[in-house]
Write a new protein. Structure first.
Length: 172
């Protein structure tokens, strides 16, 4: 076994850092453009982190790179940028609007916000489906509903009772 070929970087370390940086920042920007609904139950940076780390680690594991070190450099760079983006959003709240998604009002005073629906590519039927998951059949009883940064829908009824999503019954 040639230990040198396993651990010695086959590409310059700086190249791995630049590739990881560019990939993370471009995908972050593109995912922000796509909208919140696409991220499912995870936050945007969580999705990016899982996908990019898996891909970067796979390169080292499958031997497409010349060494394990190549994959480790890219993974470390991606983790660095994930923590840095979160830290910047925390430290500079004004800049957080660019880096992090914010809740968007999907329903206000019992009325659908068509602009948000269009931005998130949500149909009226999909909104009704989400309301049913919260045990609500009519939009009129909703004071506010938000599409949250993780893609989930939160609902506040006119009687100001927060609703929890209804758990599906157990299948026996």
């Amino acid at each position: 076994m040639d230990w040198q070929s396993i651990f010695a970087p086959s590409v310059p370390v700086l190249e791995g850092i630049v590739r990881g940086t560019v990939t993370f920042l471009v995908l972050l920007f593109l995912m922000r453009l796509v909208g919140q609904r696409e991220s499912g139950g995870l936050g945007l940076t969580d999705v990016l982190l899982v996908v990019l780390v898996a891909q970067a680690a796979a390169v080292g594991l499958h031997g497409e790179a010349e060494s394990v070190t190549d994959g480790v450099v890219v993974v470390a760079t991606i983790l660095f940028w994930s923590v840095t983006v979160d830290a910047l959003a925390y430290r500079f709240p004004r800049g957080a609007r660019l880096l992090k998604a914010r809740p968007k009002a999907l329903i206000e005073d019992g009325k659908l916000n068509r602009r948000v629906m269009l931005r998130e590519f949500m149909t009226v039927e999909e909104v009704h489906s989400q309301l049913r998951l919260h045990g609500i059949e009519e939009i009129d009883v909703v004071d506010r509903a938000y599409i949250e940064p993780n893609g989930m829908i939160s609902v506040i009824r006119r009687d100001h009772a927060e609703t929890d999503p209804v758990e599906p019954p157990e299948i026996r």
